[in-house]
Design a protein around this ligand. Structure first.
Ligand code: SF4
Length: 204
């Protein structure tokens, strides 16, 4: 693929992302078996590879690191291990907000990702939508105001930059004047996977 994706609007790239083996087989020269395997896994664990990110994969290299991060592997159907590796069930203080380490509260602001990483430790958990989480923003603000040990709020997901610009502004406005906060952080893979989210959206 030799197309310049730099100026393509991020929403267009996202809407046209590849969601299964059939969508990517022509770009990566997949066999019938490989295509069927990816189709099967993507029915259980979603995939979303936009054409810009797909164009970074070397189709001749099965060990390509971007390929390994973004394209489903048969290992994903193994049922071993612990589903809640970060202790989400025990650290959740408000729906969508975790307080595990003294100085950090974490907000799972959306259940959407710009690319579904094959190594994701949250893939077997189904989170709440951005609107459902935002319904608790007032409680979250109050919680942080009442916990002076918290020095930073990490707004993550899913991918925090899949929230609307207005919602991102709302998060900033909620927390920006809390005196004991040093940092408001956004957890996002867009600078790597979909930089157009930043470069083609002047409002952001
Ligand atoms: S962006 Fe984060 S939450 Fe989404 S799939 Fe990747 S690691 Fe998981």
């Amino acid at each position: 693929m030799n197309k310049d994706y730099g100026k393509e609007h991020w929403t267009h790239l996202l809407q046209n992302c590849c969601n299964n083996g059939d969508d990517i087989r022509q770009y990566l020269n997949l066999t019938d078996d490989e295509t069927a395997r990816i189709n099967k896994i993507s029915e259980q664990y979603p995939m979303c590879i936009n054409h810009y990110y797909l164009s970074l994969i070397d189709p001749g290299d099965p060990e390509d690191p971007i390929r390994k991060m973004s394209i489903p592997s048969g290992w994903e159907l193994s049922e071993g291990g612990e589903p809640d590796t970060s202790g989400e069930a025990s650290n959740t203080v408000i729906p969508g907000m975790q307080h595990k380490y003294d100085q950090t509260t974490l907000i799972l602001s959306t259940n959407m990702c710009v690319m579904y990483c094959r190594h994701c430790f949250r893939k077997r958990l189904v989170g709440l939508s951005d609107d459902e989480i935002a319904g608790h923003l007032g409680e979250m603000e109050e919680y942080v105001r009442n916990h002076p040990e918290v020095s930073n709020v990490l707004i993550t997901g899913g991918d925090a930059f899949l929230n609307s610009n207005q919602r991102i502004k709302e998060y900033l406005e909620r927390f920006i004047d809390i005196p004991h906060l040093d940092l408001i952080r956004f957890g996002t893979r867009t600078p790597v996977v979909l930089p157009q989210r930043i470069t083609t959206d002047a409002e952001l």
